[in-house]
Design a protein around this ligand. Sequence first.
Ligand SMILES: NC(=O)c1ccc[n+]([C@@H]2O[C@H](COP(=O)([O-])OP(=O)(O)OC[C@H]3O[C@@H](n4cnc5c(N)ncnc54)[C@H](O)[C@@H]3O)[C@@H](O)[C@H]2O)c1
Length: 364
Amino acid sequence: MIEIKASDYSIFISKDIAKEINRFLKANKSRYSKLFILVDEKTLEYCYPQMAAHIPAFKDAEIIEIESGESSKNIEICSQIWATLSDYGADRQSLIVNLGGGVIGDMGGFIASVFKRGIGFINIPTTLLSQVDASIGGKVAVDLNNIKNEIGLFSNPSAVFIDTTFLQTLDERLLLSGFAEMIKHALIVDDIYWKKIKEADIFDFEKIDALVETSIHIKNKIVQEDPFEKNNRKALNFGHTIGHAIESHFLSKQNISKQLLHGEAIAIGMICEAYLSNRIVNLPNDALEDITTFILSLYEPVQLKKTDFDRMIELMFHDKKNENTLINFSLIPAIGKYEINKTASPDLIKEALKYYSEKVKLLK
Ligand SMILES: NC(=O)c1ccc[n+]([C@@H]2O[C@H](COP(=O)([O-])OP(=O)(O)OC[C@H]3O[C@@H](n4cnc5c(N)ncnc54)[C@H](O)[C@@H]3O)[C@@H](O)[C@H]2O)c1
């Protein structure tokens, strides 16, 4: 078992995570009156049974199930869950257990943080994305009218429990979605990690643990230095200003098959923001080419319509990182280095979107 200290909680990494959860629940027995486990249909099927088999307290817990996917991460579903908690007599000593990916963690954390002015929650992340990124750092939120994470707050879990065994039931697309955040970790702070990332086989479960641990350390270190994102935590937003706008744009499409996973949108965002980095903070041409080629070799190409660029820029104006009506970016002057609080004009952002689109066309 590895224990990584975050600000006021610990992140436990283990292949026998039930043991650590049992230990935590036993040590905090007097603090918690009742357990509520938040799941979606997939984590109920793939993750809950193995937990319940080894954690006696989980058998007596109330299970709250939501439909999987980003479209559930909204205030209406929260209202239903708050009502369910009230119906089940949840009190201020209740504990919410978030058993699932980033949607469950972001939403369950938000639900817990405002219910009765705040009750405890723990995260048991079950996707690669949530293990290396979303479960750590205390950002909890829901979307509003498809605008990502528009309603939320900073609120830390009481503990995070990570077991990469959960990843075995993820499909290739979901693994790659999580891998996008690991690529980001390397690009912003660690050029040696970038080399490892480029050589990594993300589908090799024997080797994934070391990479997961590195990413957790990177994210945790940045968050600890700047928990409320006043300064350097903004580095973690590399790829996310454009990525979130693309994700929101596709989220608003009725056709669910056209929606992108979070990491898929961030992968496109990183190519576009690497282009901006080249133009604004002098990321060398060969580094831009290296990043573009590597990301395009992993992710399905997505056709971005020129006619949608204005709508995407409009969505970027909603980004929480903006100040004074300028769109704010965290960029990389070199692989493994970052600069925060950079701005780009709408025309230059369109050029970045066009850069991605042209590269995709060349793949045909
Ligand atoms: N709070 C943060 O700091 C932060 C950081 C990055 C991303 N996020 C958020 O995280 C979310 C994306 O997270 P995600 O990719 O985990 O999405 P997700 O929670 O929607 O999970 C993706 C899919 O995987 C399924 N799933 C989960 N665990 C599984 C398992 N072990 N086996 C099989 N299927 C499983 C889920 O049911 C879902 O269908 C986005 O909402 C994003 O905004 C938050």
